[in-house]
Design a protein around this ligand. Structure first.
Ligand code: WT7
Length: 637
């Protein structure tokens, strides 16, 4: 087997050269990448775009099916190679290895089962499942038949699930009976039943995968067993021929206002972008074992457990468990067991493991590691150093990858082992990516170095979102109106004297809790559901393990209240409205919230109080009620 994949950069000088070419003539650059894939029909036009409406089309007229590129294309050369390596929750549980040939056959069977259920091109299928091979198989099966997948992280509540199912009018939900995560047993099907009880009129079938075999309730009018529907199917399933710009999937993510929005990705551009970034950032070589610890419920799992690796013919691991079960050595034990070559995780996991002590990592043989990666939130210096020293033994390169659900794939990152690295800096933009820093007051691009400002992108890239499901105006407003003519990321960033980027964090009302994006408005709306809550303001504050914690200021209805009990009830309300990941870490009851004369909550002050920066609150004299600052500060938790 050749040791290098097509279009794989192999030195930093080459990166500079390729980058220059990619921005001088983006269309030729991406067309050459597209040429490495199998198309049913070649494209007529590489790119047409404007960032005003916005409208972006890559490879118009081209036709393909992404699963033919993930699976069929590899059968001749690596049919017997492991495609998916599954490591279960229990260390002594059964490892599953699916070769490309087996994965292809299973995807076809599920594709046929879905077709039999009346699912066709453009129909939406929702997933609410743990990290088991059947999830990967059936997500790919959707893509096979041209159905649009919408994976909902299985930690979301019934209400959150129902909201997402209804926003996309999903026809089918695929779920499991129960799910084991660490020591927890999660009744997955029960949550789906609750969502249906809330009301999901578009759902015709719930396809239930038997995972743990425990009892579940059953309604024969819509419930069907996955194995019964799948077993009898043929292992050949002709792939639906898709236009490059047909929708591949929807993935919901939080913003600064309202309900989560469905980010839409399309077939052609997403395909080449995830493959290109995977092979370059991780410097994957044929035969390597690659492990990304994310959940497929997030974009990281879509792009870098499934599509990117499979498009490159990689062996990609899926892990059902958690980093701390049965103990804090689990990640390292798994790396040793499977001789993992590329390992990709989140800073929050590193901080949690770091806090448990070095003995858990020190005993393990991590000598197979060639590249280790970080994603999801800024990595602080201490966690970076620990990763570098304890996991990378001071010599394995770290890639700090900055990107977003909306970008489809990695945008700013080192290329494993090739690029200069600097703790807490994500590094340079990948080829084809034209970043900009913009002055937040003047809206002008800042071209010098060093500089800091709003992080934007000036030119389209194939993996970018095309719209938000059912609401194109929201896409325009959220991403293309802050800085006219550019895509605005929501992040602030700094560029050093050498042009390396450091992501400072969100500049909007989005907080990042353990690498999960949370809209403060969304959490406020959930808290407001409690009958005794009059008004709420939610902000983020620095948290040692989670990166950011959730701090809620709550005004209660008049009267005597048992604050401890109310705290518990409020937490329970949030758990039901969104899920455990959105639970406030601190709830402070206040009489009033600091407001401007126009009635807007002064979040700047609340953020400072929550972070303990009570000395530098700035000018509060313009407030409608400056006196409340004193009582809010005094009551700080
Ligand atoms: C937000 C996107 C993209 C995968 C997982 C998160 C933050 C992401 C980094 C990084 C600093 C980062 C940003 C971004 N973020 N990666 N390497 N350094 N910040 O996806 O849920 O869409 O969140 O995560 O603030 O905007 P997401």
């Amino acid at each position: 087997m050749p040791s290098k994949l097509p279009h794989q950069i192999s030195s930093f000088d080459e990166y500079r050269e390729v980058y220059q070419k990619s921005v001088t003539d983006p269309e030729s650059f991406w067309a050459a990448e597209a040429d490495t894939f199998v198309w049913r029909k070649p494209w007529d036009r590489v790119l047409s775009w404007n960032f005003t409406d916005p409208e972006v089309k890559w490879f118009s007229g081209g036709q393909l099916n992404i699963t033919e590129n993930c699976l069929d294309r590899h059968l001749a050369e690596r049919g017997e190679q492991t495609a998916i390596l599954y490591e279960p929750n229990e260390p002594d549980g059964k490892v599953v290895k699916l070769t490309y040939r087996e994965l292809h056959a299973q995807v076809c069977q599920v594709g046929n089962a879905l077709r039999e259920l009346g699912v066709g091109k453009g129909d939406r299928v929702c997933f609410y499942m743990p990290m088991v091979p059947e999830l990967a198989v059936s997500v790919l099966a959707c893509a096979r038949i041209g159905a649009i997948h919408s994976v909902v992280f299985a930690g979301f509540s019934a209400q959150a699930l129902a909201d997402r199912v209804n926003d996309a009018d999903c026809k089918v939900i695929i779920c499991s009976d129960h799910n084991r995560r660490g020591r927890k047993n999660i009744p997955v099907k029960e949550v789906v039943d609750e969502a249906l009880a809330i009301g999901c009129p578009s759902v015709e079938t719930v396809l239930v995968h038997r995972n743990t075999g425990e009892d579940i309730s059953w309604d024969p009018s819509y419930d069907q067993w996955y194995h019964e529907a799948v077993e009898r199917q043929d292992a050949n399933c002709p792939a639906e021929v898709m236009d490059a710009e047909d929708v591949l999937f929807i993935l919901y993510t939080s913003g600064s206002t309202g309900k989560p929005k469905g980010v839409v990705h399309t077939c052609g551009g997403y395909m080449l972008y995830t493959a290109y970034t995977f092979r370059n950032v991780f410097q994957y070589s044929p035969g390597d074992v690659y492990w990304c610890t994310a959940d497929i419920g997030w974009i990281t799992g879509h792009s870098y457990i499934l599509y990117g690796p499979l498009l490159c013919g990689a062996t990609t691991m899926m892990f059902e468990g958690v980093p701390t079960y049965p103990d804090a050595g689990r990640f390292w034990q798994v790396c040793e067991k499977h001789r993992v070559n590329q390992f990709y995780t989140a800073p929050t996991a590193l901080r949690a493991l770091m806090a448990r002590g070095n003995e858990f990592v020190e005993g393990h043989d991590l000598s197979a590691l060639k590249v280790i990666g970080s994603v999801g939130e800024p990595i602080n210096e201490e966690a970076w150093e620990w990763y570098h020293e304890k996991v990378g033994k001071g010599k394995v390169p770290i890639v700090d990858t900055w990107w977003q659900t909306e970008t489809g794939g990695i945008m700013i990152s080192g290329l494993g082992g090739l690029s200069p690295q600097k703790a807490t800096f994500a590094g340079y933009p990948l080829p084809g990516i034209q970043m900009a820093l913009v002055d937040k007051n003047t809206g002008e691009e800042l071209t010098g170095n060093p500089e800091s400002g709003l992080l934007c992108v000036k030119y389209p890239w194939p993996g970018m979102l095309r719209t938000t499901w059912g609401d194109h105006e929201r896409c325009q407003k959220t991403y293309f109106s802050t800085v006219p003519g550019m895509y605005f990321t929501g992040d602030g960033a700094r560029r050093d004297e050498n042009g390396m980027y450091r992501i400072v964090g969100r500049v909007d009302d989005v907080i990042n809790v353990s690498g999960h994006r949370m809209g403060t408005a969304e959490v406020e709306n959930a808290i407001d559901e409690h009958p005794l809550v009059v008004e709420t303001a939610v902000v983020g504050y620095p948290h040692d393990i989670k990166g950011q914690g959730i701090y809620a200021y709550v005004i209660l209805a008049p009267g005597e209240h048992d604050h401890e009990r109310l705290r518990e009830e409020i937490i329970e309300t949030v758990r039901q409205e969104i899920g455990p990941i959105a639970k406030p870490d601190k709830i402070q009851f206040v009489e009033e919230l600091p407001k401007t004369r126009s009635g807007k909550i002064m979040r700047r002050i609340l953020r400072k109080v929550a972070s303990g920066e009570t000395d530098g609150l700035g000018d509060t004299s313009t407030l409608l009620n400056p006196e409340v600052v004193t009582s809010v500060t005094a009551g700080r938790l």
